[in-house]
Ligand binder design. Structure first.
Ligand code: HMG
Ligand code: MG
Length: 302
């Protein structure tokens, strides 16, 4: 099995993990979550979204979250920015990286950001330019890279086409996202191979929702193709408001347990992440969905 010595884990719980929660989560809790994740050693945390509060009310306090956190030197704090207005708010809030997010499926693009793929790229152009001028990192996320909740399986060429356009916009990193988690290892390998024909694999990440329990296998398949950046969410929190039934990202505890077992360096303290997972799921009144997290927490309690 070919695996890298080191991977970058992007912790997305404060954004992807929380955005779908119906009950508004206090800003203080969001700040504590980001701070505890920073202390656990994550090199990159998706901390906020500067989207329309009418579309995603839970993310309305992004500026306050960014203002309240304690920045850990060396951690990149990212935020979603669908348009120039979002970019300006993110810049004012002091984020290190902005994320433009499109889709490889027309139907999902319409549902999620209310425009076609071509329109979204035109909307991202000024954001990308402004990000470059401000010296911020720019990441591009491609939803429905495996399948779409409205259109079914996504042709590989559609993913490559959006990746090419995001590369042309100057994206430093490109996320291949399995929004609904239906992808299986062979197809993930195919999509990653195709994308890495045009994008340096060191700049491609895997963003896998774990709806069908395939994420760890999909991460292994992606590592075989040379991918070494993965997104995960503590305690498996999350889901997308525009992909009904899709569950959270693969749980960070499970990913760290696998990576460390494979001898891969993540720089993240799994023990601390287990505690964070138990704390945040307890706060939300439910049992966390990380298998490794729950097992390690039970062992600690014994
Ligand atoms: P729209 O309605 O077409 O645009 O929405 P608009 O320009 O007509 O704006 C509508 C209202 O929102 C206006 O307010 C704007 O001012 C306001 P009104 O005049 O009605 O009072 N507005 C904003 N407010 C704050 N910040 C902004 C902003 N922009 C407009 N930046 C828009 C278009 C893109 C804004 C909307 O569709 C939107 O915000 N969508 C976000 C959806 C979203 O956040 N989805 C979840 C994140 S993506 C995801 O989870 C997938 C990912 O994890 C990868 C994967 O798993 O697939 C990344
Ligand atoms: Mg997602």
């Amino acid at each position: 099995m070919s695996v890298p010595d080191k991977v970058k884990i992007v912790e997305v719980a404060p954004r992807d993990g929380l955005q779908n929660e119906k009950e508004f989560i206090d800003t203080a809790i969001k700040i504590e979550l980001v701070d505890r994740l920073s202390e656990a050693g994550f090199p990159n945390i998706e901390a906020a979204s500067f989207v329309s509060p009418k579309w995603v009310p839970q993310m309305a306090d992004g500026a306050q979250v960014m203002a309240g956190i304690t920045r850990r030197p060396g951690t990149i704090y990212s935020a979603l920015t669908p348009n120039l207005r979002g970019f300006e708010a993110a810049l004012a809030a002091g984020v290190d990286e902005v994320v433009i997010f499109g889709a490889a499926s027309e139907a999902f693009s319409q549902r999620n950001i209310n425009c076609s793929i071509a329109e979204s790229i035109a909307r991202f152009e000024p954001v990308a330019q402004a990000a470059k001028e401000a010296g911020l990192r720019l990441r591009g996320s491609i939803s429905c890279s495996l399948a779409c909740p409205y259109q079914g399986e996504t042709p590989v060429e559609s993913v490559v086409d959006v990746a090419r356009r995001m590369l042309a916009l100057g994206c430093d990193e490109i996320d291949v996202a399995d929004t609904i988690g239906t992808g299986t290892a062979r197809r993930v390998g195919e999509v990653m191979r195709a994308v890495t024909e045009i994008v340096d694999p060191r700049r491609v990440s895997g963003h896998f929702h774990d709806t069908y329990g395939q994420s760890l296998a999909n991460i292994l398949a992606a590592m075989e193709v040379g991918i070494s950046i993965f997104h995960s969410s503590v305690s498996g929190l999350g889901g997308c408001p525009y992909a009904k039934g899709a569950t959270g990202n693969v749980a960070t505890e499970d990913v760290l347990y696998m990576m460390h077992g494979l001898g891969i360096d993540t720089g993240v303290d799994l023990d601390a992440v287990v505690d964070i997972g138990q704390w945040i799921s307890g706060h939300m009144g439910r049992k966390g969905s990380s298998r490794a997290g729950n097992a390690l927490a039970a062992r600690k309690a014994a």
